[in-house]
Unconditional design. Structure first.
Length: 60
């Protein structure tokens, strides 16, 4: 968790009493972050998700 300065979720997530010790933090480089974001964007095929032929799987 991090520090949120304003809004409905104001506070410091690092102080959350329900935070699990089984989920440790990690650090990544700027290049690794860019690679990760590019990978995640590659998983979304907008031509498929906006195709009307696949709009309603229950439509007859």
């Amino acid at each position: 968790g991090g520090s949120i300065e304003a809004g409905p979720y104001t506070g410091d997530g690092r102080d959350n009493p329900f935070k699990s010790g089984f989920v440790p933090g990690f650090e990544i480089t700027d290049q690794e972050m860019e690679d990760l974001l590019n990978f995640l964007h590659s998983l979304t095929d907008e031509t498929f998700t906006t195709d009307p032929d696949f709009e309603d799987p229950h439509e007859e």
